[in-house]
Write a protein that binds this ligand. Structure first.
Ligand code: A2P
Length: 270
């Protein structure tokens, strides 16, 4: 959609509060899709934060859910990556959106998965399952990530290989990115894995860390609280299990008000 089309579509929905316009939709599997929409001019956010987005419900009230912003803070549009839950109140409808459709977006970004909540370090681990890759899609395209860290290691695990496509496309495009391509050079280690379909690094993130397979495969030293920082985004169980591993390695959980060695956010599902 051109900017003119977006402005026209926005004029057509003046009664919807906080309305933005969908500009593109990409379906990856029957469970996953991504979409882009217009960005409110006033919206400032830190890469890794989330906002409330949604659609107008049948009862005339907005039906909203928390979604990590997957686009970087410099992008003039916003991008989101979503699961499709057949009977999910929001995603059963959201999965049918088309370019030109209105979407509600509350412009109040929040979240702990931000670089400011971590103490300075050398290596940054991004640990994700499923749609938990979304905040990292933002952080990976932010120059600050690459300026702050000497090495960025992305571990993303999904059930099947096709579910890795969104993250893989984005990560493989980073070296060619005109803004950050040079910054990324020699710093990125990508460790995609599957759990229910054979692949090179088969196994859960937790198992690949505990067995030390990931360190051996990538040829890097194990977790060290002096140098390593981690950001975690996945299901509640995943976050809990990863926290235990990080704590065992001597890393402590940080927050905006008290930066430390790792931060955690739930991947939001409907
Ligand atoms: P698994 O296939 O062994 O359950 P989902 O699609 O259910 O959100 O899962 C996404 C990925 O997260 C799957 O590969 C799944 O592995 C993995 N996973 C789920 N729970 C955990 C956990 N507690 N620790 C590590 N990985 C997990």
């Amino acid at each position: 959609m051109s900017l003119d089309d977006v402005l026209q579509a926005k004029k057509a929905t003046p009664t919807l509060p906080d309305a933005q316009v969908v500009t593109s939709v990409t379906h990856y599997t029957d469970r996953l899709f991504a979409f882009r929409c217009s960005r409110p001019q006033s919206l400032r956010f830190r890469s890794g934060e989330f906002v409330m987005i949604g659609l107008m419900g049948d009862n005339g009230k907005p039906l909203l859910r928390a979604y990590s912003i997957a686009s970087p803070s410099w992008d003039e549009e916003l991008e989101f990556y979503s699961i499709k839950v057949p009977d999910g109140p929001l995603t059963s409808r959201l999965q049918h959106i088309q370019p030109g459709d209105p979407i509600i977006l509350r412009p109040k970004p929040v979240g702990t998965l931000v670089l400011d909540a971590l103490l300075p370090g050398k290596r940054l681990w991004m640990l994700a399952t499923g749609t938990g890759i979304a905040p990292f899609a933002s952080l990976l395209r932010d120059p600050e990530t690459w300026e702050k860290y000497q090495q960025v290691i992305v571990m993303h695990t999904c059930r099947e290989a096709a579910e890795l496509t969104y993250g893989r496309n984005l990560i493989e495009a980073l070296p060619e990115d005109p803004l950050i391509g040079e910054l990324v050079e020699g710093k990125l280690l990508y460790y995609p894995a599957t759990t229910r379909e054979p692949s090179a690094n088969m196994g859960r993130v937790t198992d690949n860390l505990l067995s030390e397979k990931v360190f051996a495969d990538l040829g890097i030293p194990p977790l060290d609280p002096e140098t390593d920082r981690a950001m975690v985004c996945g299901s509640l169980d995943f976050n809990k299990d990863i926290k235990a591993i990080l704590e065992e390695a001597g890393l402590r959980e940080g927050a905006n008000s008290a930066p430390a060695e790792y931060v955690v956010e739930k991947a939001f599902v409907d």
